[in-house]
Design a protein around this ligand. Sequence first.
Ligand SMILES: CC(C)(COP(=O)(O)OP(=O)(O)OC[C@H]1O[C@@H](n2cnc3c(N)ncnc32)[C@H](O)[C@@H]1OP(=O)(O)O)[C@@H](O)C(=O)NCCC(=O)NCCS
Length: 162
Amino acid sequence: MTAAAYCIVPANDEYRAWVNTLIREEWGGPMIVSKGKLTDTSECPAFVAVSGDEPLGAVTYCIDSGECEVTSLNSLFSGKGIGSALLRAVRDEAEKAGCRRLWLITTNDNTNAIRFYQRLGMTLYAVHLNALEQSRKLKPSIPMTGTDGIPILHEFEFELLI
Ligand SMILES: CC(C)(COP(=O)(O)OP(=O)(O)OC[C@H]1O[C@@H](n2cnc3c(N)ncnc32)[C@H](O)[C@@H]1OP(=O)(O)O)[C@@H](O)C(=O)NCCC(=O)NCCS
């Protein structure tokens, strides 16, 4: 697959079902927790990367009070520009909506995402120490360990000013 072989589209009903399944498989259900708050990603607007009819990745987001939170991001084919393209689509949508800031939460174990967001120009805005204690009260299924066996303890908040 080449970078030109897919496009980014808003999720229609058909892709929406695929996005919901992807999030259930990757994140253990539609609910995600960020900064002590539960969000139902199935209620969030989404973009999908598609090649022909085949979905390759998805992003969900939530616009509120002049800010845009990326509530989930998944690419099925790493290193093809899909994750970057999905994030750019949300950034453009946030700009159209008059948002001043795009932000997201990742956890301390997700070193791949931490590198990815910084290389895309996002700034580490805050580290919410031991935030996962509270998150697990809202979503007990969050595992104790993540990538490379790293204990999942803290939230890293990245932002991009628009
Ligand atoms: C994080 C994630 C979304 C990145 O998606 P991706 O599709 O691999 O992202 P991209 O392809 O745009 O960028 C990944 C890398 O490929 C490079 N790249 C982008 N386009 C490329 C191309 N056409 N050819 C070669 N490399 C390319 C990027 O520079 C980037 O390099 P880096 O990781 O060293 O910074 C993906 O790894 C993922 O789904 N991870 C699991 C879920 C997750 O952790 N989500 C984030 C939760 S907060």
